[in-house]
Write a protein that binds this ligand. Sequence first.
Ligand code: V47
Length: 359
Amino acid sequence: MFDRIEEKVRAGERLTPEEGLYLYQEAPMDRLGPLANWVREKLHGNRTSYIINMHLNYSNVCAVKCMFCAFRRDKGEEGAYEMSMEEMIHRVAPLKDVPEAEVHIVGGLHPDYPYSYYPQLLSTLKEHYPQAHLKAFTAVEIDYFAELAGKSPAWVLANLKEAGLGSMPGGGAEVLTDRIHKKLYRDKMGPQKWLDIHKEAHKLGIRTSATMLAGHIETYQERVTHLVRLRELQDETGGFLAYIPLRFHPENTPLRKLNFMDSEGVLRQVAVGRLMLDNFANIKAYWVMSGLDNAVKSQHCGANDFDGTVVDERITHMAGCETPVGVTEERLRNLIREAGREPARRDALYNIIEVPVAG
Ligand code: V47
């Protein structure tokens, strides 16, 4: 079976769901990794892109409970927090003079904030940091905001765009099947709505990313279904910038008894994503969740991006992950060189803006 898949990939032919399933369940890693790497090098050569970014998780107070989440708190519960506007302005200050820096803004579904809080958050940050790119709010937040505003998601997206929204992150997709929705995240919107909101965003010219949270109770078949659904939407709109496989961290969650996905599992996720998502230009290794070592190895299994300086991320760190809370640009470049790749700094829309000279 692998020979046939390899032939198809080299001929630029699309893989079927059955072939995707085989890649997850049976394909030997010593052939899968190099084949995904072949596609990656065909598209991106020896470059690995990275971005200077930070995460701003404005509050962890959340009206819903997802089984995989260690971040959420009820209002008033120990560990609950709400950042003031002043605090957020202060946190973003280090990026003030950095051109094309990205601020990745996501939070819980706050039970009390009015809709007006969210456009105001964006416009205030834009006022202070006009050069920053605001990548903000998952489809789950957009759906919730639409409910708060009594408007459609399309209205909310257009309104937020006017307030300074630059693009949308890919969180909240989890695994795009009804079974996983019912089992793990039934309180929030389901798979079809996640796809519909991304489609609306693409229609408005808002580029987005896509994630898959794997390594919990999902089956390989469900992972394939997820990838095929992303691929279909990308065929339709072309609005996805990147795919980011996320490694589930069970600690401090109701699923804490589950095993942690091993290194091979992490690399297989990257490689299968690269081969099945033949219409996605970028596959990102998100080192905060994968671990730095796997993010380095991913650069030879299909990934072409190494995200990022990622200062101040909280969602994974509250689930017990032990990676640093951020890395310097210098360290990031060295890690990419350690992977045998040439670092290239990009903007939030994946345009290469600087290729640093090694020194
Ligand atoms: O939607 C929640 C996941 C996501 C846990 O778009 C967990 O560029 C692991 O989406 N263990 C948020 N994961 C992060 C995210 C993301 C990250 C980096 C880049 C981009 C991008 C998006 O984190 C959530 C959820 O799927 N998550 N809890 C956990 N315990």
